[in-house]
Design a protein around this ligand. Structure first.
Ligand code: FAD
Ligand code: SF4
Length: 344
């Protein structure tokens, strides 16, 4: 029954990669599947990471190398799970490639690490997302930052960029009363990166609060405000209107108690973190608990257990930063190893 000491890890972002590496290092077989053509998850889309301005590609390469070097880890990209059947010792799972080829495997435990996506900001008609090209969400902006960094000499820098925080999050009317936890940090990072690439560009961050609870986080945001001269305006923008090819933002500066108008060339929306489509699908196939927003939920007193022989890690369980996702990956791996050891 050696296949029952094999773990299936679903999702090749930082959480899934760390989980697979740790199980492999402990001497058990792992099948790691990733729906897209490459490993790395959202890290592949990021230009730089808070709180240390690191290149996320270095981390992806480091993790991918450990995966490649392990003889116990089998990686299947362009693959997902289309069916799962519970047995006494584990699951019989159907894997299917994007090309339509399918394969049955038996595994003793499953770790779901299928990550998140961003809320569709076009739900806020007043912000113009999906209508104007120069209004984008934060992941689209990461791609633009990469493009700018690679072609810096050829770019004519924007005069002004505005960042709107809490778009979707903390808004009961949109069904997401929760704080998405990481967007204060990545917004500070993105504004700081703009100032590094184009020091003359003015950056405004419109915010309700800023939340920076984490090691080096407060210092990071402070350095963006004080050393990179990003201007933080406390207030929720009320409306965005096109004006001569630019965007006129009307808001109220709630600290000054005054209306404020800013004309920007571009607006970046920090849209709420929501469970990915893959997370919703896997939760349904493996019949895990989910919370009211669709994030995978844990069993009482077992923080990373979502069902019998099913564990989870990373942003499929809630918004989390890279290190947190990896820590959860390692902890979910420990749960699987403990289960396998008990069955010796
Ligand atoms: C704009 C933005 C900037 C950010 N910047 C930072 C930063 O600077 N520093 C930081 O610490 N964090 C940052 N983050 C957060 C970081 O992206 C997350 O912490 C991290 O990606 C979570 O890792 P994960 O493995 O849980 O999920 P993901 O990275 O989302 O990976 C999930 C993987 O699962 C795969 N998958 C999904 N469904 C299936 C399926 N059914 N079958 C197989 N595979 C599947 C996906 O294709 C994906 O590869 C940022 C997030 C955003 C939105
Ligand atoms: S982390 Fe910051 S930007 Fe994101 S929802 Fe919470 S308060 Fe708003």
């Amino acid at each position: 029954m050696t296949e029952m000491k094999t773990a299936l890890v679903i999702g090749g972002g930082p959480a899934g990669l760390e989980a697979a590496i740790k199980i492999g290092q402990a001497g058990h077989k792992v099948i790691l599947i990733e729906r897209t053509g490459s490993l790395g998850g959202t890290l592949r889309k990021l230009y730089s990471s808070f709180p240390r301005w690191e290149n996320p590609e270095d981390l992806v390469n480091y993790l991918a190398e450990q995966i490649r070097n392990s003889s116990l880890i089998t990686t299947m990209t362009d693959t997902t799970v289309t069916a799962a059947k519970k047995s006494a010792q584990g699951y019989q799972v159907t894997l299917e490639t994007n090309g339509g080829k399918s394969k049955e495997i038996k595994v003793g435990a499953v770790i779901i690490a299928t990550g998140f996506e961003l809320f569709d900001a076009s739900a806020y008609g007043e912000y113009g997302y999906g209508i104007f090209d120069n209004i984008m969400n934060s992941l689209e902006f990461e791609a633009l930052l990469k493009e700018w960094a690679n072609n810096k000499e050829k770019i004519s820098p924007p005069k002004t960029i505005a960042f709107f925080k809490c778009v979707g999050s903390r808004d009961r009317s949109k069904g997401m009363p929760y704080c998405s936890k990481i967007c204060c940090m990545y917004t500070a990072k993105q504004a700081g990166l703009v100032k590094e690439l184009f020091p003359q560009t003015k950056c405004y961050v419109f915010y309700m609060d800023y939340r920076a609870a984490g090691r080096e986080y407060e210092e990071f945001v402070r350095s963006v405000i004080e050393q990179k001269h990003v201007r933080y305006v406390r207030g929720r923008p009320a409306k965005v209107m096109p004006e001569d090819g630019r965007l006129l933002i009307r808001a109220e500066d709630t600290l000054m108690g005054l209306p404020i108008e800013v004309t920007a060339d571009m607006i970046v929306l920090a849209a709420a973190i929501i469970p990915s489509q893959g997370t919703r699908e896997m939760a349904s196939l493996f019949q895990t608990k989910i919370d009211q927003y669709g994030f995978i939920d844990y069993e009482t007193n077992q923080p990373l257990k979502a069902g019998d022989r099913v564990f989870f890690a990373g942003a499929c369980g809630f918004a989390v930063e890279i290190l947190g996702a990896m820590e959860q990956g390692a902890a979910a791996a420990a749960e699987v190893l403990s289960l396998f050891n008990q069955e010796n």
